[in-house]
Design a protein around this ligand. Structure first.
Ligand code: GLA
Length: 668
């Protein structure tokens, strides 16, 4: 099979040059201009938070009132003996004042509260306000390079490997309580891993078998357990235990609903056992959802058992109430700019110019900061031919397995035009596949660029016998089969995605390939994607770390990536999978960087995914919010909602917004 790049080398270079050229790519990435200008001071891990006991503790006055009324135990009894202590030195505005409301606006809708079974709560930071995970990634953006040895601790206070790195022993914080007062201990972790992650009938966010090559968990005591691996692992693997993937749920609530413990339960009834119209769920996070009015708002109130304090002993969080207005993602930015919302990850370039213009005036309620390019869009083609239903679908997925087919689609894209269709100006930069340019693992020289080349794209399709046999302008499946019409599922609420998909569709039409857009709501899109139930899927992704939600983009487990979930692996995919395993089993940063470069080379030269563009995002935070560090990236190790550390944000009393439910906490 001919390969466009090789053809070009043959045509364009002398034999002598061609002999020395193979190591280099035929096409290099175009030059990139950065829009991020902020210089921030990097600090040590323990400069942010540590564990310890303080002489005394205090709490929000509304909680003292409940303690006095006999409704709540005193703060000292609600906190662990050694809570997490946030250091004042890392707080740009210092120790805070209690009270007020933090107002989010989101485009998603809570699917349900059972995050252990993979349900989402509507995104935009709502799940991160409820869930606490074994480790934490967000604040890592501020940690200096010498201390970048894996994630920050959280519920997992410390961990260590045995000599040959085949066992990882984890020590949990002692004395943490759920929002209903029940103790958190190793049983919650065991239940999370054995009965959710490793139970193949549960659609947990971490797919079965994907952690440490199918690790098993052994309980040691109430606060200690270990993972036992089949091959040596490293510190890197612990990153998988952060956001969404490593966040235990309340086993004292959920076990009774799970088929393993309840003969009357089914997996479906288990998944649905914490419906979104029943509040409050039991959580470990700083705030608890107490009201959910569909399509209107989720109101959260402070969790009186939250296990973190500031250096002066004040229990966190500072805000009593948190709102998630259920609107659209575009409205999140519009409201942040207008000052009626407090926060937005500005990520739809369509409104960048106007939002930036408005936020630059001195009396604007909001401050905006651009980061590196971390948001990338791509179409993935389902390559699981064996898992296809029906012959036509199987034939299409078989075609998708041809590297030349994917390269043809990639070459057919005029990425500059797609970028300009999104937003005029310097925002968009071509995205091919692999890491986004904002990733510490991105390497331009290891990226094989596929420039706009319609003639080349058509030659590749001809070479695959994908030609227009019936003269209707559309190419046919090989052997004169059906017209090549690819259904592409997309979240129809994601403007930047639908706009790009439209541009992509009209460009592919020019080479005789039709895309048929299948718009669905965000929850459906999520389920369709993670369930591998699509022919093609278009979405944004943030491919920064190879260890975060890796099943979305990498062959990181037996049923990963979602676009080749059960299928036979392609040759280069086998190599990438091995590199990924090697990446997680070495602690050596230079070795990891090299593996990442090799992975980047393989996925770009094989057009593993069909990338369009990548853009920088800007974080918008209302100026009345204190402790929002100006350097927080919209996405780096985690989304800004985690990186900005909301439990230590606050607003001075005179600027606070009235609470909707003053004095209330979740009642169980
Ligand atoms: C959605 C939003 C992001 C971010 C995440 C957090 O994906 O688009 O900006 O808020 O949720 O999970």
């Amino acid at each position: 099979m001919t390969n466009l790049k090789n053809q070009k080398l043959m045509l364009g270079l002398t034999t002598a040059l061609a002999l020395v050229a193979p190591a280099a790519f035929a096409d290099e990435m175009p030059p990139e201009t950065s829009l991020s200008g902020l210089d921030v001071e990097l600090i040590g891990r323990e400069d942010i938070y540590s564990y310890g006991s303080l002489d005394s503790y205090s709490e929000a006055p509304m909680l003292t009132a409940l303690v006095d009324a006999g409704t709540l135990p005193p703060v000292g009894e609600r906190l662990p003996a050694e809570p997490i202590v946030f250091a004042s030195g890392a707080m740009v505005d210092g120790v805070g004042e209690y009270g007020g409301v933090f107002r989010h606006v989101i485009g998603g809708r809570p699917e349900g509260w059972n995050w252990m079974a993979g349900q989402h709560q509507g995104w935009g930071g709502i799940n991160m306000a409820m869930q606490e995970c074994l480790v934490r990634q967000g604040p890592r953006w501020q940690v200096r390079a010498e201390e970048q040895s894996g994630p920050l601790p959280n519920l997992a206070r410390s961990w260590s490997f045995n000599d040959d790195n085949t066992e990882l022993t984890i020590n949990l914080m002692e004395g943490v309580r759920w929002s209903d007062g029940d103790p958190f201990d190793v049983e919650d972790v065991r239940f999370w891993y054995e009965d959710n992650v490793q139970d193949e009938s549960v659609a947990s966010r971490m797919p079965a078998g994907s952690f440490g090559d199918n690790a098993t968990l052994e309980v040691i005591d109430d606060y200690t357990f270990k993972f036992v691996f089949t091959s040596p692992q490293s510190e890197t693997i612990v990153e998988n235990l952060a956001y969404i993937q490593g966040c235990p749920g309340p086993s004292h609530v959920l076990k009774d609903q799970h088929p393993t413990y309840n003969g009357d339960a089914t997996y479906d009834s288990y998944t649905q056992s914490l419906p979104n119209d029943v509040t409050p769920p039991v959580v470990l996070g700083a705030w608890v959802p107490v009201v959910h009015r569909p399509d209107e708002i989720v109101i959260m109130r402070r969790n009186p058992y939250y296990f973190k304090v500031d250096e002066s002993g004040q229990q966190l969080p500072y805000y009593n109430e948190m709102h998630f207005r259920l609107s659209t993602w575009g409205d999140r930015t519009a409201q942040a700019v207008a000052g009626s919302g407090d926060f937005s990850n500005m990520e739809d370039p369509g409104n960048y110019v106007e939002a930036l213009r408005q936020s630059q005036s001195d009396d604007s309620p909001v401050a905006a900061n651009f980061g590196p390019r971390v948001l990338a869009w791509r179409m993935v083609l389902n390559m699981d031919a064996a898992g296809a239903e029906g012959e036509d679908e199987a034939a299409m997925r078989t075609l998708f397995r041809e590297t030349d087919f994917r390269l043809a689609l990639s070459h057919a894209l005029d990425r500059d035009a797609i970028g300009q269709a999104l937003a005029r100006g310097p925002f968009a930069y071509p995205y091919i596949s692999g890491f986004a340019t904002g990733s510490p693992y991105y390497d331009a020289a290891s990226s094989d660029y596929q420039p706009f080349d319609q003639a080349g794209a058509m030659a590749l399709l001809d070479g695959l016998d994908v030609i227009d046999t019936d003269g209707n302008g559309l190419r046919n499946m090989p052997g004169g089969g059906a017209d090549l019409i690819i259904p592409v599922t997309v979240d129809n609420g994601a403007n930047a995605s639908t706009k790009q998909l439209e541009a992509m569709a009209s460009q592919l039409e020019e080479i005789g390939v039709r895309l048929q857009m299948r718009g669905v709501d965000q929850t459906t899109a999520d389920t369709v994607f993670t369930g591998g139930q699509f022919t093609a899927f278009f979405s944004r992704d943030n491919i920064i770390l190879p260890t975060r939600e890796s099943c979305r983009s990498w062959p990181s487990g037996p049923s990963c990536p979602h676009f080749n979930a059960g299928g036979e692996r392609l040759d280069f995919e086998v190599e990438v999978a091995d590199m990924l395993t090697a990446f997680q089993s070495t602690g050596d940063a230079a070795e990891q960087a090299k593996l990442a470069r090799d992975m980047q080379r393989l996925v770009t030269e094989n057009a593993y995914t069909i990338g369009t563009v990548q853009i920088p995002a800007a974080l918008l935070v209302n100026k009345r919010i204190k402790n929002a560090h100006p350097g927080v990236p919209v996405f780096m190790y985690e989304w800004a909602e985690d990186s900005v550390i909301r439990e230590r944000l606050w607003t001075a009393a005179e600027d606070q917004i009235d609470e909707v439910l003053p004095g209330q906490i979740a009642e169980y």
